[in-house]
Design a protein around this ligand. Structure first.
Ligand code: BEZ
Length: 211
């Protein structure tokens, strides 16, 4: 059964390019992004991994650990790392899980047989420090992912954990937020001392509370 938002992120032990890990222990108290790749030595995956390596400081700043998974064995991953470094002009700085038994792929439902019955699709899971699933995304193999969008979602998730707001379409960190519909008008001034504006009774904006 597919994982849904709020479900426990399944734990597993696995061999990675940075050694053997217990997934939950490896996450510790951080947020996590687990993302799957159809296959080693493929062009789109190569650009994705290089892109994430270059964005490592953006993930670190947000207390997010990133980990990739592909069903190929560890020796293949190690060979691929040097290609990624060479072609993407970077240095790989996060682990890739070797999943030849498809253990992780099975736990996270990453194989979609009508797309491909052998290889994983491009799944993304954002996992909170409570080890619950906060976001799921599934991309086709032919479409490389947009990693700034994952940072944007992390910014929104980390904001809305602590403040009674939601973030509107195309929101970026620093922009106005929507006051949660559960907040009564009478409580707005106390909860949002930076001010608010009401467009409709259900559509109220406030400056981003944590900026
Ligand atoms: C790629 O990563 O380039 C890729 C993988 C599987 C199918 C198509 C593209």
């Amino acid at each position: 059964m597919a994982l849904r938002l709020g479900d426990d992120a399944p734990n597993f032990s696995a061999e990675t390019t940075e050694g053997k890990i217990d997934f939950h222990q490896w996450l510790g108290s951080s947020w996590g992004i687990l993302f799957s790749h159809p296959k080693d030595f493929t062009p789109v995956c190569t650009t994705e991994l290089g892109t994430v390596a270059k964005m490592k400081s953006d993930f670190d700043k947000r207390n997010v650990k990133v980990i990739a998974v592909s069903v190929d064995p560890i020796a293949s991953h190690h060979g691929w790392l040097s290609d990624i470094n060479e072609t993407q002009n970077t240095q790989m700085n996060f682990p890739i899980i070797a999943d030849p038994q498809r253990t992780v792929a099975g736990l996270y439902d990453m194989i979609h047989p009508k797309a491909d019955d052998t290889f994983t699709v491009r799944s993304v899971f954002i996992i909170g420090p409570d080890k619950k699933i906060k976001l799921t995304l599934t991309y086709p193999a032919s479409t490389g992912r947009n990693f700034p969008e994952l940072l944007r979602v992390i910014d929104s998730l980390q904001l809305t954990v602590n403040h009674k707001v939601a973030t509107p379409a195309n929101w970026q960190d620093g922009q106005d937020c929507i006051i949660s519909p559960a907040v009564k008008d009478v409580d707005v001034p106390k909860l949002f001392p930076k001010g608010s504006r009401t467009i409709k009774p259900y559509l109220r904006y406030t400056p981003q509370p944590n900026k």
